[in-house]
Design a protein around this ligand. Structure first.
Ligand code: ZN
Ligand code: MN
Length: 500
């Protein structure tokens, strides 16, 4: 449907990004009251007069939420404001019981940070610095459920239900400055930034960062300008993109959509858009042509936040290893080439590979399973690896069975396939599918002897110490056993047989 290629777009236009990420903190209680934050409770069972916005109810700040936000700011290289304030952001929406959100406006708690990301390109690894404008605290809204109608949206619904369990859950909003200069790599940079942010937040332990459950959500602002121009184009804002892959697709899709409009002489409308997972396209949401007036004013029911400098330094001292440093450490420990390391990062398998190694697998084998067969299936099904029913434990178990000669590589592939297909643990798959390895040394010795008898000159060479010649004999044994034998064990037995 589109005649414009991505190459056409980046030959003419420079994309400018702006990324806003909302992250739900994992505190036990809400931002301004003591209600529970546990996910999935019966609707409206985790509420009180404060988070329901009853007249006269007074909020109190959650200290743990402030601590988490300061940690986030420090990890993102921000300055922590010695004095910041909450503000009321006024707007009407039924899932917000107070008709205002307590947020921060002109006095956010953290400012001026940055995040560095690396992208693997055809011209080598490229580094980009994403500057962070601010990190501020606010509260989440409730959830609306639109009943009736085909789409689950409010249009065409018969009625709507409201669940305020989520209302008042602590949210941290992280806003970048505008990000120019990423050129054709804008979609990958946006994805890498959200991935890096997610890894940093996870390492801090301040959120469960589950994009699919909405505890980390990204709004991607995209605009185009003619290359060489310094005038910013009109931006669109794609809301609540909920996977890394979708962040990349949304930015790329918007770049193409904007370019098509501009090439046709149409203007880009300033609006929010919604990303559609199935098509990879966005659809129009709310117009932002008229600047919204939220009538911000300082929240009169809360005192300013003025964190003690000593407390900030104490928190700084507890910062964990940076994900980028962890990657360098793992790369060294596993002796992985750059290219493969970034392949692992891009496929988002670093955590599972590390877990598999910690469970006793060697790094090379762990890597090749997760990056190979398992990633392939996930891509094919267009789902995240975490959604497949295979765990680091399963992979480690399979690697151990291969190393001990109980499975060949070929059979191990069948076991992995079975586990991914939901047939159970490796042991269950092996017994149900009747996967058996020939590890009967007597049977193997027979095959080895007949291979040596069939190729006496080759056997003689091996006996004389020319080990590469053994390959032909091992091949003959594998053929004889129809690939069911463990090649490493065959080699071992063969060399012993020939006095090596
Ligand atoms: Zn409450
Ligand atoms: Mn916000």
């Amino acid at each position: 449907m589109s005649s414009l290629t991505y190459d056409d777009v980046v030959a003419k236009y420079e994309p400018v990004l702006g990324l806003e990420v909302h992250v739900e903190l994992n505190t036990h209680s809400k931002m301004f009251c003591s209600c529970s934050t546990i996910f999935g409770g019966q609707p409206n069972t985790q509420t009180c007069p404060v988070c329901l916005g009853m007249p006269g109810a007074l909020p109190t700040v959650n200290e743990k939420a402030i601590e988490s936000t300061i940690l986030i700011g420090l990890a993102l290289n921000c300055s922590i404001a010695p004095f910041s304030r909450f503000a009321r952001k006024n707007y009407f929406y039924p899932d917000m019981p107070k008709n205002f959100q307590i947020s921060q406006f002109d006095e956010p708690i953290c400012v001026d940070g940055f995040v560095d990301v690396e992208i693997d390109t055809d011209e080598g690894v490229k580094k980009f610095r994403i500057e962070v404008e601010r990190v501020h605290m606010e509260e989440d809204t409730g959830k609306s459920l639109h009943v009736g109608g085909a789409t689950g949206r409010i249009h065409g619904a018969d009625y709507s239900l409201l669940d305020y369990n989520r209302a008042g859950i602590p949210l941290v909003e992280i806003v970048t400055k505008i990000v120019p200069g990423t050129g054709r790599y804008a979609p990958e940079v946006a994805r890498a930034y959200v991935a890096e942010l997610r890894d940093i937040l996870r390492s801090l332990g301040v959120s469960d960062v589950k994009m699919e459950q909405g505890s980390l959500r990204c709004d991607a602002n995209v605009s185009l300008r003619i290359i060489g121009s310094d005038v910013l184009g009109t931006r669109s804002e794609t809301k609540n993109v909920n996977s890394l892959r979708s962040v990349e697709r949304a930015v790329r899709g918007e770049m193409i959509r904007h370019a098509e409009r501009l090439n046709n002489g149409d203007r880009v409308v300033q609006e929010t858009r919604h990303f559609q997972e199935d098509t990879g396209l966005t659809r129009s949401g709310r117009s932002k042509e008229q600047a919204e007036d939220y009538r911000y004013f300082p929240e009169p029911d809360l005192v300013p936040v003025a964190p003690d400098a000593l407390w900030i330094e104490q928190l700084r001292a507890t910062l964990p290893e940076r994900p980028s440093i962890r990657r360098k450490r793992l790369q060294e420990q596993w002796s992985v080439p750059d290219k493969e390391m970034s392949a692992m990062v891009n496929a988002d398998v670093l955590d599972v590979v590390e877990a598999t190694v910690l469970l006793g697998s060697d790094p090379t084998k762990a890597r090749s399973w997760w990056l190979g067969e398992i990633s392939r299936v996930a891509n094919e099904k267009e789902i995240a690896i975490a959604q497949l029913p295979i765990t680091p434990n399963d992979v480690a178990e399979i690697v151990v069975l291969v190393n001990s000669g109980e499975l060949t590589d070929k059979l191990a592939r069948q076991v992995v396939e079975g586990v991914i297909a939901g047939e159970g643990t490796p042991a269950q798959v092996i017994s149900q599918r009747g996967i058996k390895v020939v590890n009967d040394d007597v049977a193997l010795m027979k095959a080895i002897e007949s291979a040596c008898a069939a190729q006496p000159e080759t056997a003689e060479k091996v006996r004389a110490g020319h080990l590469p010649a053994a390959g032909a004999l091992i091949g003959a044994v594998m053929k004889e056993t129809q690939g069911q034998a463990d090649a490493a064990r065959v080699r071992e037995l063969l060399l012993k047989h020939l006095g090596q």
